[in-house]
Design a protein around this ligand. Structure first.
Ligand SMILES: CC(C)(COP(=O)(O)OP(=O)(O)OC[C@H]1O[C@@H](n2cnc3c(N)ncnc32)[C@H](O)[C@@H]1OP(=O)(O)O)[C@@H](O)C(=O)NCCC(=O)NCCS
Length: 181
C-alpha cells in the first residue's frame, strides 16, 4: 500500500517520509549495502544476500499493491537515507499481522527517522485492521529496543544464541510484538 508523504524538521534537518516508488530501486540497493556495512544489528554481513535494483523494483511493486505490505523511505533533499518495511504473510491464519524492519544510515542516526518511520507504519497498521506487528531485534540493540517499547511493543520471547557476531560470541535475539487493542 502507499501512504501520504510526511515532512519533518528535527534538530536542524528537514526530511520526508514517503512510500517507496519504482525509481528509488537503485538507491535502495546501494543504501542497503552501505548500512549492512555500518552495523551488526541487521542480519547480513556487507554483501550477503545482495538485492540489486531490479530486485528492489519487484519488492516496491509488491509492497505497493499488497494490502498488508508497506515500504517507506526517509529522504533528505533527494537522497534516501533510511527505509522500513512491513511485510504480511498471505496465509489466512496470519492475515492479522505484519513483520516490521527498519534501518537508517549511520550519518543520520538520532534525527528521529527510525521513530518517524515506525510511527507512520503503526498509524498505517492501526488504520488497516492489522492486529499485530512483529519484529526481531538483537538483545544488545538497546536503542532500537527502547524505541520499540516507547511505541508500544512488548517483549514476547528470547531466541538464545541466535546469532554469532564478529566478537566470536553468540548473541540472543528478542522477539517483540505490538497489539492493536
Ligand atoms: C535503530 C535505528 C533504526 C534508530 O533510528 P534513529 O533514526 O537513529 O533513531 P531515532 O532518532 O528515531 O531515535 C528513536 C529512539 O531511539 C531511542 N534512542 C536514541 N538514541 C538512544 C541512545 N543513545 N540510547 C538509548 N536509546 C536511544 C530513543 O527511544 C529515541 O526516542 P526519543 O527521540 O524519543 O528519545 C537506527 O539506529 C538504525 O538503523 N540502526 C541500525 C539498524 C538497526 O538496528 N535496525 C533495527 C533492527 S531491529
Amino acid at each position: 500500500m502507499i501512504i501520504n508523504k510526511q515532512e519533518f524538521y528535527v534538530t536542524g534537518l528537514n526530511y520526508t517520509v514517503r512510500s517507496a516508488i519504482n525509481k528509488d530501486a537503485a538507491d535502495l540497493s546501494e543504501l542497503r549495502l552501505q548500512i549492512d556495512g555500518e552495523t551488526e544489528n541487521l542480519d547480513r554481513e556487507q554483501g550477503e544476500a545482495f538485492i540489486d535494483a531490479s530486485g528492489f523494483e519487484q519488492i516496491i511493486q509488491t509492497d505497493t499493491v499488497k494490502p498488508r505490505n508497506l515500504f517507506l523511505v526517509a529522504v533528505v533533499g533527494d537522497q534516501i537515507v533510511g527505509f522500513s518495511r512491513c511485510e504480511g504473510v498471505y496465509l489466512n491464519r496470519f492475515a492479522h499481522k505484519v513483520e516490521f524492519g527498519v534501518c537508517v544510515c549511520k550519518e543520520f542516526w538520532g534525527y528521529g527517522m527510525g521513530k518517524n518511520l515506525l510511527k507512520a507504519s503503526i498509524d498505517w497498521a492501526d488504520s488497516n485492521d492489522i492486529q499485530k506487528m512483529s519484529l526481531n531485534v538483537l538483545e544488545t540493540n538497546d536503542k532500537a529496543i527502547a524505541l520499540y517499547k516507547q511505541l508500544g511493543f512488548e517483549i514476547e520471547g528470547i531466541l538464545k544464541k541466535d546469532k554469532i557476531l564478529s566478537d566470536g560470541k553468540y548473541h540472543n535475539t528478542v522477539m517483540m510484538g505490538r497489539f492493536n487493542e
